[in-house]
Unconditional design. Structure first.
Length: 90
């Protein structure tokens, strides 16, 4: 079964978003986001949404586990794409 044009377009938009996230948060240019970089991304995103007031360290740890599918302790671009798609219900 082939992907539809709409699915390809959504994938392209998500990949562009992830590239933008990496430009801003992957400050050490390692190719993945470590826990502190991921925390900054999550907190900035929640702050932009004005929804971070009750986000605890335990909430972050749970969120990080959702991001870090392979348990490596860092987030790669494919894991971020998966997380965004899951969060968006795609």
């Amino acid at each position: 079964m082939t992907k539809t044009k709409k699915t390809d377009d959504v994938d392209a938009v998500i990949r562009k978003c992830v590239d933008d996230i990496w430009k801003e948060y992957n400050t050490d240019k390692s190719g993945s986001l470590n826990k502190e970089q991921t925390r900054k991304f999550v907190m900035d995103t929640l702050s932009d949404m004005q929804d971070g007031n009750e986000f605890t360290e335990a909430d972050f740890e749970e969120c990080f586990k959702e991001f870090d599918k392979d348990g490596s302790g860092s987030i790669d671009k494919d894991e971020m794409v998966f997380f965004i798609k899951k969060s968006a219900g795609l």
